[in-house]
Each structure stands twice: as C-alpha cells, then as structure tokens.
Write a protein that binds this ligand. Structure first.
Ligand code: URA
Length: 301
C-alpha cells in the first residue's frame, strides 16, 4: 500500500505521526501520487481483507534454521539503534549449546508456576549468559497477543519484552490501532511475549534447539491468554510459530492458525526502523488483525 500526503496528514491528525513514514519519500510515495479518499481505518483495510481473513493452516513442519532462508532484510551489526532482532551470525556447530532438561508439566501450569519455571529454566546454554529471563507482559486475558523473537540487551537488563527502540516503535504501532501494553482492560491491553525467554549472546540468531526448548513456554502462554489473535513479528517469531521457512513477504496478508488461534504476521519493529518505507505494509497487517478481531468480537456477540 502506498500513502498519499492526505493519508499521512490524517494519521498525524490521529496523533500517530511517529509510527508512520513522515515524508512521501519515506513512505515510498511517488511524488505525484493521486490523493485517495480517506485515512486508513478498519473499514479502509486493504481491499483484499475479505479474502485475507480466510484462515490458512498447515504449513509443513520445518523448524527454521539459523542458516535458513534469506531473511526479510539482512541484519546489520548490532548498534545502539538496532534492537533485539538485529543479530550477529550463529555460532559454528562446534559451539552449539548443550541442552539441559526442560521443566516438566509446562502444558498444565498456571501463571505463577509458568513464570517460576521460566525463571529457573536451564534447558539450554542461554541460561549461562542471560542476566534474567524475560517472561512476558500485559493483560493475561488480552484479546491481542504480540509475539516477538528474543530479548535484546535492554530486555535482558529490564526483564520486560520490547523495551528498547524497537519496543518504542511497537508501542506506537499498538497506539495506532488503539492498543497498549499499559494497564487497561483486555480489549485494549495486549499481552507481549517472545519465542525465546533468554537473550542470545551478542544478539545472535536464535538456534533451532533453543527455539525447540523454549517453545512449550510460549505455547502455554498462548493457551493461558487465549487471545482472539496473535500478531507474530519478524522472521523468527513467524517461522517458528508457523513451522515454515517461507519469508514474511509470502506469509503476510492472510490469516494463519496455530493451536486454534488465528495468527497475522508482520515485520519486526527493528526491521521497520531500518526500512521505514515498509511501515505501510505493517499498517496493512495491523488493519487485517483489527478486522479479524472485530469479526471475532462480533461473533462472540
Ligand atoms: N525484539 C524482540 O523480538 N523481542 C524483544 O523483546 C525485543 C526486541
């Protein structure tokens, strides 16, 4: 989707200027793009939304490998600007982590037990380098659940997901669709969690073994929250949740399903910080998610 000056002006009016590209060039706009009628809204979601709302299921099980498909964009070296999803290359096979036993009974744990199990987990060697585990934040009965990749440095320090620069963009993205991580009711307050609960050293890519060891925690969080939908952000979250090696570009724009929960995929905020012209695509994805949730709320009556 391309953005007209008028749409951008209306978004600014809506008080969400910083999520969106601020100049036509940043927005990927041709200078002479014709104006269109209205600011984006749930009802102005992509015209393909109807078709996109059909749930897509059953991707071939293919745990993403660190050396997997080309990412949505090459990850730049870690810097103060880059957030958790930027990473260095995976370690050579000789340095692959040793795996320990995973806590038992994760799939029946309640919130306190699950939080405690994550905090004490030593199922992979990330426990040796982490400052602390990063469990999740938000409303435990949220309608929207956001799933990211792994804690970065700030998250490792603070014990909360998405608190770095990417997290600030995520907060603006959420605000643009009337959502927040701060205290609110389950309709407005989201629940945010990562695929990995521990920071990979130097923010390298998560390894398939680490993802596999950590997965039951996320699945239990999903089962406890029972959100209307999950928004999976970034290649690792998307590929590990959907068990696919397809790139985000091929997966977005339709609704997937994991453990009976609809999943909408979109770009990671850290990627959007590096590629602001793609914020319009992320907006389309949020509109799709919003449309989907409105339908589910309507169906509930
Ligand atoms: N990126 C993520 O995917 N998760 C975080 O918690 C922070 C950055």
């Amino acid at each position: 989707m391309r953005w007209t000056e008028r749409q951008l002006a209306m978004l600014r009016e809506m008080g969400v200027p910083s999520f969106w590209p601020v100049t036509p060039a940043e927005a990927g706009l041709a200078p002479a793009a014709p104006a269109v009628a209205a600011a984006p809204s749930a009802s102005a979601a992509p015209s393909a939304a109807e078709g996109a709302l059909a749930v897509t299921e059953g991707h071939a099980a293919a745990v993403p490998s660190a050396a997997g498909p080309a990412p949505q964009a090459a990850r730049p070296p870690r810097g103060p600007v880059a957030a958790a999803a930027t990473a260095t290359a995976s370690p050579p096979a000789a340095e692959l982590p040793l795996l320990g036993p995973r806590p038992v009974g994760i799939d029946t744990m309640d919130w306190p037990a699950l939080r405690e199990a994550v905090a004490g987990c030593r199922a992979c060697s990330l426990c040796d380098s982490r400052r602390q585990t990063v469990f999740g934040v938000g409303h435990t009965q949220a309608r929207w659940m956001i799933v990211g990749e792994a804690p970065g440095e700030q998250e490792d320090r603070q014990g909360e997901p998405f608190v770095g620069r990417a997290g600030q963009l995520l907060d603006r993205m959420l605000a643009a669709v009337g959502l927040t991580r701060s205290e609110a009711g389950p309709e407005q307050q989201v629940y945010i969690a990562n695929v990995l609960k521990c920071r990979p050293p130097a923010n390298r890519n998560p390894l398939p073994q680490e993802v596999a060891q950590c997965e039951p925690f996320l699945l239990r969080q999903m089962a406890l929250v029972q959100p209307d939908l999950i928004v999976a952000m970034g290649r690792f979250a998307v590929q590990s949740l959907l068990k696919t090696s397809e790139p985000i570009g091929k997966l977005r724009g339709r609704v997937h399903e994991v453990a009976g929960i609809p999943v909408v995929v979109t770009y990671h905020p850290a990627y959007l910080l590096r590629n602001p012209a793609d914020k319009g695509l992320a907006w389309d994805d949020l509109c799709l998610a919003r449309e989907l949730q409105a339908r589910r709320a309507q169906a509930r009556g």
